[in-house]
Write a protein that binds this ligand. Structure first.
Ligand SMILES: NC(=O)C1=CN([C@@H]2O[C@H](COP(=O)(O)OP(=O)(O)OC[C@H]3O[C@@H](n4cnc5c(N)ncnc54)[C@H](O)[C@@H]3O)[C@@H](O)[C@H]2O)[C@H](O)CC1
Length: 293
């Protein structure tokens, strides 16, 4: 079953992207309202199922997530504009994907560096970085904003327990809430509640992460509803597109074989760089017509 969806408008003509709708779309329950953001329960179930779909190999799954994440990052910050990317990694799967993002960005011509808050539960960061020739830090460089162009937040994802940030993450969390560099958050901005977004205590103290770009994996989490940055992308493809339809009638498509779908939210919070890039695209009559989330 195919249907045509307005795609990129290029000069005079219009191209349309054939988006193959998963055969099981017939099973979608149209009686239920379409959800565009998923619950913490489904998010964590998806993680376990994603590992199964990846043959039980978390590194395979992390590489798929990293590929989609890098597609999204590259649409906003091309390697011709920026190169030095500082990737703050936690000890869980979010951090493992952050490590794979560093490896993938290097292949794409960026100059990534990795910060590991603590020993990963899933990989030997030192050996992966040494093999790839990627700098691995166990400290936050005082010259961060001089040497780096953007920061990737791969510290805490859906495994955040909703409590105060534990001591081993204090330094990097402090950097993330105070840096002037644009932040690209992986799946969930670190420290955001999966259902409600930034915690009230953090909003009151204005001590929460404000990413310019959010890249949700597979589906946006409920807490991302309050995201007000520049762009919100959905990346992943480590689960069949019908996966969410059967569970929360989530309607979302990845264009063709792409790893990313974007739901543009270019808001007043977007930086000048991002706006120029977006407006530049518009000037070249290339308009991203994306789904809305
Ligand atoms: N959504 C999907 O389809 C997929 C998402 N994936 C990624 O997996 C993470 C969730 O992985 P998990 O290891 O369960 O959790 P985190 O990576 O977020 O690790 C949390 C890490 O941090 C510790 N921690 C928890 N609370 C605190 C705190 N208050 N202070 C300090 N440290 C804390 C905890 O002990 C863990 O060690 C998800 O976000 C995605 O990025 C899958 O990889 C693919 C499918």
């Amino acid at each position: 079953k195919h249907f045509r969806v307005a795609g990129h408008r290029r000069s005079q003509g219009r191209i349309s992207m054939q988006m193959e709708v998963d055969k099981s779309s017939k099973q979608r329950d149209n009686s239920k309202p379409r959800q565009t953001h998923i619950s913490p329960e489904l998010a964590n179930q998806a993680i376990n199922d994603a590992i199964t779909y990846s043959g039980g190999d978390v590194v395979v799954m992390a590489r798929t997530c990293a590929s989609g994440f890098c597609d999204a990052l590259q649409q906003c910050y091309g390697s011709e504009e920026i190169s030095d990317v500082f990737i703050a990694c936690g000890s869980g799967l979010n951090g493992l994907i952050g490590l794979q993002v560093a490896v993938e960005l290097q292949k794409r011509g960026y100059a990534p560096a990795v910060y590991a808050a603590e020993q990963s539960k899933h990989a030997n960061f030192r050996s992966v970085c040494d093999e790839a020739g990627i700098d691995l830090h166990d400290f936050i460089p005082s010259t961060l904003e001089f040497y780096y162009d953007i920061v990737v937040d791969a510290l805490l994802g859906t495994g955040f327990d909703g409590g105060d940030i534990r001591q081993q993450y204090w330094t990097v969390y402090e950097m993330l809430i105070s840096t002037r560099l644009a932040i690209v958050s992986l799946d969930v901005p670190s420290g955001w509640d999966l259902s409600t977004g930034p915690r009230k205590i953090d909003v009151t103290a204005d001590s929460f992460i404000k990413p310019e770009v959010l890249v949700s994996l597979e589906a946006p989490k409920l807490g991302s509803n309050v995201f007000a940055g520049g762009y919100h992308f959905i990346a992943g493809r480590h689960l069949p597109q019908s996966y969410f339809w059967k569970r929360e009638s989530l309607f979302r498509l990845f264009p063709a074989r792409s790893q990313t779908a974007c739901s543009c939210q270019v808001t007043r919070f977007a930086s000048k760089v991002l706006m120029e890039r977006h407006m530049g695209d518009l000037d070249n009559s290339i308009t991203m017509t994306c789904g809305t989330n």
